[in-house]
Design a protein around this ligand. Structure first.
Ligand code: AMP
Length: 189
């Protein structure tokens, strides 16, 4: 299974992506986690991206595309979470998967309103102390989502591969809706 999961910050993407990865036995590839790990390790990549993450800005496309190319090189299946976030990233991903003859099976979209996303992120910021869950960074991230990532959603909607799920339901109901949507595509565990 090769799945993309899209949705704004606070849509529950990470939680659901981990569950899908478990159910379908594929790796959960989350670019935010990869970048935060690099920052924690103090690697060259980490030092370069730390201030970008803190502001809630986006890491440059070329850097992200290289990172994903390397990470997906030997994977047959995956749940990709946090990438692509811009149209150039989506174009690069499509070209990459085309080249190796491994198209996506599904693109999931978790839909939540800005109000719900904001409320959840403020809660998480208070609990986990993620620097990019501070109010200014949250607002910046949601603005970038609407400006740069929604066109990615529209691109997949146009291709007819998008499965939209109501992300405001309780976590288990979202999981069930996702599994139903994937089963309807003929996905097998
Ligand atoms: P996330 O955990 O997915 O919200 O990602 C945390 C932060 O990592 C984002 O606010 C960006 O600064 C950076 N990041 C993650 N994925 C990408 C991406 N595909 N393109 C650019 N920046 C990214």
């Amino acid at each position: 299974m090769r799945i993309l999961i899209l949705g704004p910050q606070g849509s529950g993407k990470g939680t659901q992506a981990r569950r899908i990865a478990d159910v379908y036995d594929v790796p959960h590839v989350a670019t935010g986690d990869i970048l935060r790990r690099a920052v924690a390790e103090g690697s060259e990549l980490g030092e370069r991206v730390a201030p970008i993450l803190e502001r809630g800005d986006l890491v440059p496309d070329d850097l992200m595309v290289d990172l994903i190319r390397e990470r997906l090189a030997d994977e047959d299946g995956f749940v990709l979470d946090g990438f692509p976030r811009t149209v150039p990233q989506a174009e690069a991903l499509d070209a990459m998967l085309d080249e190796i003859g491994k198209p996506l099976d599904a693109v999931l979209l978790l839909e939540v309103s800005d109000d719900v996303a904001l409320e959840r992120l403020l809660g998480r910021g208070a609990e986990e102390g993620r620097p990019d869950d501070a109010p200014d960074a949250i607002r910046n991230r949601l603005r970038l989502y609407h400006g740069l990532t929604e066109p990615v959603v529209e691109r997949y909607r146009g291709e007819g591969t998008l499965l939209a799920v109501d992300g405001e339901q309780p976590i288990d109901a979202v999981s069930t809706a996702i599994e139903d949507a994937l089963e309807s595509l003929g996905a097998r565990r």
